[in-house]
Design a protein. Structure first.
Length: 192
């Protein structure tokens, strides 16, 4: 089975994440997309994150109606801060019958050369890239690389940061969140 790994803090998961993941599952050769909820990114301040179990719960609730989308808490059980290469190796050992690929936005691909062991990742794993509007350029080495596939997907300009701020400011952003997530955020009084 070919699995696309969609990494993120998902703080909170929103319709943009869902649209991209579903598009990858339906319009590429991936059999499933796993939302890998990251406990702590080396590039983000931990203080802004909801607890791991709350973010996982929102992803879990979101994916229940989509048979090709799955939540994954694999990184909760790895030493922190964690790097993608470690997760990939761990998943390969745990699921030897699966073939894992990375899913990332163009904005992440622009900084991919700064990732720990990015050469090893490219040597061993395919990378599926969806369009994002962002500054900067993609390194030439990634444009024609046989392991990098650019997927024509909808451009989603929604961010979790925007959603958190809007909730804090008392705005109604309900259409930007899957219904189960909106209900959970509202019920738990998050981001206010």
């Amino acid at each position: 089975m070919k699995i696309g790994l969609y990494f993120g803090t998902f703080n909170p998961i929103h319709v943009g994440h869902l649209v991209i993941a579903n598009h990858m599952a339906e319009f590429s050769d991936l059999d499933q997309v796993w939302f890998v909820v990251t406990p702590h990114s080396p590039f983000k301040k931990k203080s802004t994150l909801l607890d791991n179990h709350h973010r996982f719960e929102m992803v879990y609730r979101t994916t229940q109606d989509y048979p090709h989308l799955k939540p994954s808490d694999i990184e909760f059980h790895l030493p922190q801060p964690n790097y993608t290469i470690n997760t990939l190796i761990h998943l390969e050992e745990k699921y030897p019958d699966h073939h894992f690929c990375l899913i990332m936005g163009e904005d992440n691909l622009k900084g991919f050369h700064k990732w720990k062991n990015y050469e090893v990742i490219l040597e061993n794993y395919h990378v599926y890239v969806y369009p994002r509007i962002s500054e900067g350029h993609i390194e030439t080495q990634f444009h024609q690389h046989d392991k990098v596939t650019f997927v024509e997907a909808p451009i989603m300009e929604i961010s979790s940061t925007f959603i958190r701020k809007a909730i804090k400011d008392g705005k109604n952003i309900r259409p930007l969140l899957p219904e189960h997530v909106w209900n959970y955020v509202d019920e738990m009084n998050f981001y206010r």
